[in-house]
Write a protein that binds this ligand. Structure first.
Ligand code: ZN
Length: 407
């Protein structure tokens, strides 16, 4: 346990926040600090063909130790952390033999991690929990995933009696700003399929995510003295309001769950002459996703008829549900499920209400379900990870490698 914990701590102490406003890859130079360390470590544990490219994408190989033909599979994790919360000077606390009570993250600032609010904590009673000190995030997302893949590979190198095919490892920058897969060289990776180790609680196994689009609406009004405005003024703010009112009221994030889709207005700016709306559209079902986009187009079309074409709409697809690419090779989900069951882990299979790097990779030709990395409360000061969950994730990786070689 100490080894995996030490490894994890050594990663989270390195600040790797990404930055959406940057155009470089990686988006922040500090991501190189951890990337370079990972390269050294991969070599030290005996991985072959360790490479890092000019964008900090890391790949490595564990060669097959069986004679027969076995599919090459991969494991992928990201080493950046979210730009939304500080990752500077991460100072983890280790709670051994957790007693099921409140955990004081920061006495001075009265920041408490409490099972009254975060009920999931109770399932880790008696375990070793790593938390923040209440001032930063932890970075278990996704340094837990990196730790697990590294530890599993170290184990497999040291245990040649465990039979497996060729295994590829991929560590990426910039997942948190949606660019983790952008410069991932799927052909160079050369795996038939892969798994991202980037889910949350123990047992999670995900192969469905949203279809996603972003929309921007610009409204051009006309300002006239309010006293003499009748029939002349076009108030862009009022039109923005009409657009919002025309969208289905219940189909918003705060009123949907499971496979229910939504429209989410996240930005509104406005004056009489100019108003702007920013929204996102999400739906697991592809048809219903397309219909949602059409629905928005129809609303704008009608209002343009009414207001003399003063509204501009642009809709951009962001990512698609990986299910479409995973279903034809569903055995890759079954293998992961079988691995968990063999280790007495109950698989929790549910649709992701978001996207993953795996969804983009799946559309780039590398089907890529997502497996738990063990952490909770990502992207904030309440983030924590039980060490036992990380250990289980290591076992799942090893078992998937083994199972793939027996099929
Ligand atoms: Zn992540």
């Amino acid at each position: 346990m100490q080894d995996i914990l030490d490894r994890f701590l050594s990663y989270v102490k390195i600040d790797t926040q990404s930055d959406a406003s940057s155009n470089t890859t990686p988006s922040t130079a500090k991501q190189w600090d951890l990337a370079n360390k990972l390269v050294t470590e991969l070599k030290e544990i005996g991985m072959q063909d360790v490479t890092i490219d000019e964008n900090a994408y890391i790949m490595a190989t564990l060669p097959s130790n069986v004679d027969k033909d076995v599919p090459t599979i991969g494991f992928v994790a990201h080493f950046d952390t979210t730009p939304d919360f500080s990752g500077t000077n991460v100072n983890p606390q280790i709670i051994r033999n957790y007693d099921g009570k409140d955990i004081v993250l920061n006495a001075e600032k009265n920041i408490i991690l409490s099972p009254d609010y975060f009920e999931d904590l109770m399932q880790y009673k008696g375990q070793t929990i790593v938390t923040t000190d209440g001032t930063t995030l932890l970075g278990a997302d996704d340094k837990a995933g990196i730790t697990e893949i590294m530890t599993a590979m170290e184990y497999l190198v040291a245990h040649p009696e465990v039979k497996h095919g060729k295994i590829r490892v991929g560590f990426t920058p910039d997942e948190e700003i949606g660019r983790g897969a952008h410069k991932f060289d799927v052909e160079k990776f050369g795996a038939e399929w892969a798994y991202t180790m980037d889910g949350s609680q123990i047992g999670e196994l995900e192969y469905e995510n949203f279809n996603a689009a972003g929309a921007n609406i610009k409204i051009h009004g006309k300002s006239v003295h309010p006293g003499y405005a009748k029939g002349k003024m076009i108030n862009a703010i009022g039109i923005a309001q009409e657009i919002m009112a025309a969208l289905p009221k219940n189909e918003v994030p705060e009123q949907t769950s499971g496979r229910e889709g939504f429209y989410h207005i996240h930005t509104i700016k406005g004056e009489i002459e100019n108003a702007e709306l920013g929204l996102i559209i999400r739906d697991h079902d592809r048809n219903s996703f397309e219909n949602r986009k059409k629905g928005l187009e129809t609303i704008i079309f009608k209002l343009n008829e009414k207001y003399n074409n003063c509204i501009e709409l642009s809709i951009k697809d962001q990512y698609f549900n990986m299910k479409e690419k995973v279903m034809p090779v569903y055995h890759i989900v079954e293998t992961a499920k079988e691995a968990m069951e063999a280790l007495n882990i109950t698989p929790i299979i549910k649709p992701i209400r978001g996207g993953t790097d795996g969804s983009q990779l799946s559309y780039m030709g590398l089907p890529c379900p997502n497996i738990f990395a063990g952490g909770h409360n990502f992207h904030g000061k309440y983030e924590y990870v039980p060490v036992e969950s990380m250990e289980k994730a290591v076992e799942v990786i090893v078992k998937i490698c083994e199972l793939t070689a027996t099929k």
